[in-house]
Design a protein around this ligand. Structure first.
Ligand code: IPE
Ligand code: IPE
Ligand code: MG
Ligand code: MG
Ligand code: MG
Length: 318
């Protein structure tokens, strides 16, 4: 089955990004008064754009559980179409995932971490607002993510507790923060093995992808088997995403990516191309894609959107 011919991924991504952006800026509105600069700094990197892949994964996890097939999705249906309560819960969780991701980018770019000047095609948050305000904007986005989920109402309140657990797990000391810590420790100590590298990638990037797909499935009422499938697919898609990010740091351009390239080698980061070379990095990414496709092939047509998305992530140029 040629999944690509059954599903126009670009249309789908554009429509989902529009749906997310239509709510995201409302959850983080501008603010007058003494703290206005904090809100400006929070919104600066958020409004600058980005692919919105983590919130799209939240929505995709729910579509998967609801059994939406490509023709329905292409007609504009999504898991929240027929239930305004579920739509609100999903959009809150999706935008929360994006707030967490954007916070991680603001902090990742700070001089004490990767020291980058360019993000989403603009000067990085700390270049515009200063380091202290960028640090606080990141803190506030992370906290605001959980505030946004806390406003999910009945009958989804109970599921929202599981959403908090999974997103906190994916972004905290067992997930993204641990990956970022070991990324910096490896950079400073030099060396490192493939198992170190896998530890970093699984946590700094794959853990939030895994949590994003899973929380969409949780809100849509997924059973244990569906949630396990979403966890596995989220993990492999997240790993593909970071291997590709490392490849693009070598091969991509600043114009395409909206961020500085060549930084990983300059900083001595532990990456797939750095440790094993570009060819092996590409092979790793296609092995992970095959693993993802194998899992999804057992799920019938509802697995097609995720399978096509995973394929696109291996080939992305930004
Ligand atoms: C960049 O993520 C950080 C990584 C985990 C590699 P994205 O490439 O998804 O960044 P945006 O959201 O599109 O800007
Ligand atoms: C960052 O990885 C992962 C995060 C948790 C933000 P990178 O440091 O490789 O991300 P980029 O390349 O700066 O976007
Ligand atoms: Mg980094
Ligand atoms: Mg970085
Ligand atoms: Mg990178």
């Amino acid at each position: 089955m040629d999944s690509n011919s059954l599903f126009n991924l670009q249309d789908y991504l554009n429509r989902r990004k529009e749906l997310v952006d239509g709510h995201l800026f409302g959850y983080v509105p501008p603010c007058e008064g003494p703290a206005s600069m904090l809100f400006e700094a929070m919104r600066y990197t958020l409004v600058a754009g980005g692919k919105r892949l983590r919130p799209i994964c939240v929505l995709a996890g729910a579509d998967f559980v609801m059994g939406l097939e490509p023709p329905e999705i292409e007609r504009g249906d999504w898991a929240g179409s027929r239930d305004p309560g579920l739509a609100d819960a999903l959009l809150r969780a999706a935008c929360a995932a994006e707030m967490i991701h954007t916070y991680s980018l603001i902090h990742d770019d700070l001089p004490c971490m990767d020291d980058d000047d360019l993000r989403r095609g603009l000067a990085t948050c700390h270049k515009v607002y200063g380091e202290a305000m960028a640090l606080l904007a990141g803190d506030a986005l992370l906290t605001h993510a959980f505030f946004t989920i806390g406003q999910i109402g009945d009958p989804f309140k109970e599921r929202a507790l599981d959403v908090v657990r999974d997103l906190a797990d994916g972004s905290g000391a067992e997930g993204m923060v641990a990956g970022q810590a070991v990324d910096l420790i490896s950079e400073r100590m030099g060396g490192g093995t493939e198992s170190h590298l896998e530890f970093i990638h699984r946590r700094k990037t794959a853990a939030l992808f895994r949590a994003s797909l899973t929380v969409g499935g949780i809100l849509a009422g997924g059973n244990a088997h569906d949630l396990e499938t979403l966890r596995s697919v989220g993990e492999t898609v997240g790993l593909i995403f970071q291997v590709t990010d490392d490849i693009l740091d070598v091969e991509g351009t600043e114009e395409e990516l909206g961020k500085t390239t060549g930084r990983d080698a300059e900083l001595g980061k532990l990456t797939y191309p750095g440790l094993l070379g570009l060819e092996t990095a590409r092979r790793r990414s296609s092995e992970l894609l095959s693993k993802t496709e194998d899992i999804l092939q057992t799920c019938g047509p509802r697995g097609i959107p995720l399978s096509v998305l995973a394929g696109k992530i291996t080939q992305r140029r930004n």
